[in-house]
Design a protein around this ligand. Structure first.
Ligand code: AMP
Length: 115
């Protein structure tokens, strides 16, 4: 699958508000925030959707993504009150960018069902 805009952000070819970076994970503020805190957490590895996740190949990476969410939630001051992690998958999931990413949303009470 063709690379996305997120690959350009990983390579620092286009700007992003980067908050967290390791060898395997990058996180930056969503350009169109849906909550007071809206951060995208992505693997540097190009994985289009959650459907491509395979164990054991991606076990560590998945752990790193979740750990990054906790670290960033703490940095952003939303860990105590709680937050939401969202992964959209393909058409019906509402995915627009085909590079796996977690949405970290917080700073307000989230609605359920999500719609
Ligand atoms: P999804 O619909 O789950 O694929 O989410 C894609 C998200 O990427 C949307 O929330 C967009 O606002 C966000 N987005 C797209 N381009 C950029 C960008 N250049 N920098 C930051 N966020 C972006």
């Amino acid at each position: 699958m063709a690379e996305t805009i997120f690959s350009k952000i990983i390579r620092k070819e286009i700007p992003a508000n980067i908050l967290y970076e390791t060898e395997s994970v990058l996180a930056f503020r969503d350009i169109n925030p849906q909550a007071p805190v809206h951060i995208l957490i992505i693997p540097k590895l190009e994985i289009p959707t959650i459907r491509e996740i395979r164990l054991p190949d991606h076990t560590t990476l998945l752990g790193e993504l979740i750990a990054a969410a906790n670290t960033i939630a703490e940095q952003e001051g939303i860990k105590e009150d709680g937050f939401r992690l969202v992964i959209n998958c393909d058409k019906n999931g509402g995915q627009e960018v085909y590079h796996l990413h977690l949405h970290l949303l917080g700073g307000r009470k989230m609605n359920w069902p999500p719609g």
